[in-house]
Write a protein that binds this ligand. Structure first.
Ligand SMILES: Cc1cc2nc3c(=O)[nH]c(=O)nc-3n(C[C@H](O)[C@H](O)[C@H](O)COP(=O)(O)OP(=O)(O)OC[C@H]3O[C@@H](n4cnc5c(N)ncnc54)[C@H](O)[C@@H]3O)c2cc1C
Length: 508
């Protein structure tokens, strides 16, 4: 096989698959991406209805330096290509039964806000964010890009030096860690809510994820001015420069294997396509249990039955007449029964009786997403993976959400102002993306046993030349993680054994 001119097939045009396609094509490989749906971007999806464009996927642009590092591999800048703007304030938080607060993304201002809720909490926030920044830097520089294969891929010196601190953060749940800094439930919620977006619970996930607070309170909240869909269109435009080819409406039914090597794919219509290497960006459960014959599976149903998927979600999109001055672009609503909310999702597996939510109002930033004098609302309510909602249950949940928003976000006439609505439920994730148990974010939750080197790896253990990329594999869930995942998989495909990010020379 020629080192620089292989025929490579990628199954799925999600963000991780697209990011890897670009890296491989830049290196000189011939890259073809086969996607079952009619558009690229995978979970970065949107629907249009009655003049509104509703995102039904990611809306937070997190870890901006990870995007920047990725684009720099191509001699480009994410900041200028995506026209990033910083939100001030970063977001607004509504607490059940209390006044809302703004998170400014400015440590001095946010420390004052903490102090106003709990005496001494301002200083505690500074301490918390300092350790969070420290863990964030260590993770990005030393661990997230590692393939964990071979000594050179392991940051041994740093691991030994930081072992006591890392052990403490790995062995204790985030909620317990946060409790050593602040006590008021609202402040704890502000330091713990990210776990929802990482597909986990602060009562189960390790405290190492405290690194997320670095983003809120020090790094700041950014947004691509042309909206989240521009991440896909820009990734595609970048790839076209290097000759990446996309094939839409071409679902893959099988990864063909001969003598233990992946030799290509079979499409749903029965067409066989040959390749030197195959990468799947589809959910790993789907890839392993549906696209591979039983004898070629590294991770069979017995394996998945012991793993915990990230949560599913109910997405409610609302077109609303008039303005919504009560809201910022990003808004969060946290219930008082915080622990019970996570218990319902991860332990009793039922529709939460009391549900926290994320409410996005993107037309605040981009007026083209709604007709004149209207607002675009997108509500995300996390649900247990695997739950099924019939039409009646969906409608009931939608009504419950509208009722809560009217009451708790101070929009009493919301019900009468809704001009259109769209619902997206767990079964839709399974149908649209082949998502394992209808999970929303792309894979396993971030329990310790499913994080870092314990996460399902980026290559098959049984089939040579078969690799994986995206949220289901290392390092994990979310768009920046998908960019890192693309680099981890690229390294495995080229036997690069460093632990840091790729360099420009390595993709030349
Ligand atoms: C509602 C929601 C909100 C989110 N919010 C955020 C956020 O604010 N910030 C953030 O960073 N992340 C967020 N995420 C998570 C993030 O969107 C995902 O982690 C990420 O997009 C997953 O990308 P991926 O590369 O794993 O591929 P996916 O997006 O999962 O794409 C996989 C692709 O494979 C295709 N496919 C599957 N099976 C086949 C087959 N047999 N043949 C051909 N094609 C196939 C699918 O159609 C899909 O296009 C959110 C996700 C959702 C759903």
């Amino acid at each position: 096989m020629n080192a620089n001119n292989r025929r490579i097939i990628i199954i799925g045009a999600g963000y991780g698959g697209m990011a890897l396609a670009n890296l491989l094509a830049k290196r000189g490989h011939q890259v073809d991406v086969y996607e079952k749906n009619q558009t690229a971007g995978g979970r970065i999806s949107a629907i249009t209805q009655d003049g509104f464009t509703f995102d039904i996927g990611p809306s937070w642009y997190l870890m901006p330096e990870v995007f920047e590092q990725y684009y720099q591999l191509f001699g480009q800048s994410a900041q200028s290509r995506l026209a990033l703007k910083r939100f001030t304030p970063g977001y607004k938080v509504f607490f059940e039964g209390h006044e809302p607060v703004m998170v400014q993304g400015d440590l001095a201002a946010d420390a004052q806000m903490f102090e106003s809720i709990e005496a001494g909490a301002g200083e505690q926030l500074r301490r918390y964010v300092d350790q969070s920044t420290d863990v964030y830097s260590t993770s990005v520089e030393q661990f997230l890009y590692s393939t964990f294969r071979g000594w050179r891929s392991l940051p041994l010196a740093s691991m030994i030096g930081q072992l006591p601190k890392l052990l403490r953060l790995i062995t204790r749940p985030l909620d317990r860690h946060v409790s050593t800094y602040v006590h008021d439930q609202r402040l704890k919620q502000l330091l713990e809510y990210h776990m929802v977006f990482l597909g986990s619970s602060p009562f189960q996930a390790p405290a190492i994820y405290s690194l997320m607070s670095h983003l809120d309170f020090r790094s700041g909240v950014y947004y691509p001015t042309r909206g989240m869909q521009s991440l896909t269109t820009d990734m595609q435009a970048l790839g076209e420069t290097y000759g990446v080819r996309y094939h839409y409406g071409q679902g893959v039914s099988e990864i063909r294997v001969k003598d233990g090597h992946a030799i290509g794919i079979r499409l749903d219509d029965g067409t066989d396509i040959d390749a030197d290497q195959v990468v799947s960006n589809a959910d790993l459960h789907h890839t392993e249990t549906r696209l591979l014959a039983a004898e070629h599976r590294s991770f069979d149903e017995a394996y998945w039955s012991k793993r915990q998927p990230g949560p599913s979600a109910f997405l409610l999109s609302l077109g609303v007449s008039g303005r919504l001055p009560q809201l910022e672009h990003h808004n969060l609503y946290f219930v008082q029964k915080w622990r019970e909310n996570f218990r319902d999702i991860y332990e009793t597996h039922q529709v939460p009786t009391s549900a926290s939510m994320y409410i996005c109002n993107p037309s605040k930033t981009d007026a083209s997403l709604a007709p004149a004098d209207h607002e675009n609302l997108f509500v995300l309510l996390p649900l247990p993976a695997g739950i099924e909602l019939d039409d009646r249950a969906r409608d009931d949940l939608a009504e419950r959400i509208i009722d809560t928003l009217s009451r708790e976000l101070d929009i009493p006439d919301l019900g009468q102002r809704i001009v259109t609505r769209h619902q997206f439920a767990p079964g839709d994730f399974a149908d649209r993306y082949n998502a394992w148990m209808g999970n929303a974010f792309g894979g396993e939750s971030h329990l310790l046993s499913q994080s870092v080197l314990f996460r399902t790896p980026n290559r098959s253990r049984r089939v040579k030349n078969l690799y994986y990329v995206g949220a289901g594999t290392r390092p994990g869930i979310g768009l920046p993680m998908c960019l890192i995942s693309a680099q981890v998989t690229y390294k495995l495909m080229h036997s690069i054994r460093t632990h840091g990010p790729l360099t420009r020379e390595e993709v030349a």
